[in-house]
Design a protein around this ligand. Structure first.
Ligand SMILES: Nc1ncnc2c1ncn2[C@@H]1O[C@H](COP(=O)(O)OP(=O)(O)OP(=O)(O)O)[C@@H](O)[C@H]1O
Length: 366
């Protein structure tokens, strides 16, 4: 998402136009169906792609060989095979410029792929867009909000631009969306008086103006202060807990680790890793570290328990824990007369795991 950092300036005074500058309304049926997209076949879509979105029984998004080469030859997305399980909170992780926004724009039919196939909620795209996009809420590049209108009035204007939205139910749907993002009490406040976090929550409300099985959010915390970031992360978790599949891009590893059940990692347009965080963690080495003045004795106890990779430090000893219970290790140390000053179970961070997977560091710039 590119709106949030600079939006503050654009909306500081009562301007005459919407604040999001050039944004495409992407909630539900407002997304162009892109019927004219030319696809070349990058390979068959996996057979497991036919499931429903939010029930956990299938894949909400599947791409096969999805590729975007811009005029001038730059390949922004290179033969991408994604499988986003229904019901997951799927973190789409990658440094700036790695192809996340281009992928999201292709998924929503906002830009035509050069090659490849994709399905949303089981429907082949772009042909199925008319039926599927009303079930998909999206936040990409930020909706255009008028600074001098209230949050509620902005949502009314936004909804009016969606041909699939039923005007008879607009009040109820807006009420629900504002309630859902915690802005009911601020519904009548002017947009320009909203904090950054409130603005972003309003943008998410715009994506929730209908019942959504899939929510696609492009860097929803970009440019937010810590409070706004917490608000948006909490909201994403709540929406996911209600059964909506959430596909959220981010360039922040720690954010994905906190918010997501699954992750895919992009680097210069290519997918370098994909899976559930639990799967990715399955191969990790958990270590136990004991702080003690009795390092030699402690090392002997750990070795006696059969723990591998015992390492002696200055005032501490560590070993690979495997599936052993830390309390058993603690009891053995105490029984062996070791003075235990501290005991810690150390799990590698997601960043450590990606370094292990990709053989290089993750360029975190946030
Ligand atoms: N319309 C375009 N024409 C030419 N090149 C483009 C266009 N849009 C994006 N690119 C290039 O494609 C690459 C991927 O950009 P993209 O915006 O998809 O990455 P990103 O991971 O979303 O990064 P960011 O978080 O900075 O938006 C970049 O090198 C970018 O400069």
């Amino acid at each position: 998402m590119r709106n949030s950092g600079s939006e503050e300036n654009r909306t500081g005074e009562a301007g005459e136009g919407p604040a999001g500058g050039g944004a495409v309304p992407t909630a539900g049926g407002a997304v162009p169906t892109n019927g004219g997209a030319v696809l070349t076949n990058g390979g068959p879509v996996p057979s497991h792609s036919g499931g429903e979105g939010g029930d956990g029984g299938g894949f909400a998004i599947v791409t096969s060989g999805l590729t975007k080469r811009f005029k001038g030859g730059q390949v922004a997305v290179d033969s991408l095979d994604l499988a986003v399980p229904g019901g997951s909170v799927f973190g789409f992780l990658g440094p700036n410029g790695s192809g996340k926004t281009t992928t999201i724009r292709m998924l929503l039919g906002l830009v035509a792929p050069t090659a490849g196939d994709w399905r949303l909620l089981g429907a082949p795209m772009p042909g199925g867009a008319g039926g599927v996009l009303p079930r998909v809420g999206a936040l990409v590049e930020g909706p255009a909000f008028y600074p001098y209108l209230s949050g509620e009035a902005n949502l009314r204007r936004y909804d009016a631009a969606d041909p699939s939205a039923d005007p008879r139910t607009v009040s109820a749907r807006i009420g629900y969306a504002l309630e859902r993002v915690g802005l009911a009490a601020a519904a009548r406040k002017r947009y320009r008086a909203y904090s950054l976090g409130m603005r972003q929550r309003l943008a998410i409300a715009a994506a929730l103006l209908g019942p959504r099985e899939l929510l696609i959010l492009d860097e929803p915390t970009n440019g937010l202060d810590p409070q706004g970031t917490r608000e948006v992360r909490g909201l994403v978790r709540e929406i996911a807990a209600e059964g909506t599949t959430v596909f959220v891009s981010s360039h922040l590893l720690a954010e994905v680790e906190q918010m997501c059940s699954h992750v895919a990692v992009m680097r210069t347009g290519r997918l370098v890793a994909q899976g559930s965080i639990a799967e990715l963690r399955a191969g990790e080495t958990v270590r136990i570290r004991v702080e003690t003045p009795d390092t030699v004795e402690a090392a002997a106890v750990l070795a006696g328990l059969g723990l591998p990779e015992v390492r002696l430090g200055d005032g501490d000893v560590s070993a690979a824990l495997g599936t052993d219970a830390p309390e058993r290790v603690c009891a053995a140390l105490v029984a062996g007369g070791v003075a235990v000053r501290g005991l810690a179970v150390q799990r590698p961070s997601l960043e450590d795991m990606f370094v292990g997977l990709t053989g290089e560091g993750f360029d975190v710039d946030g």
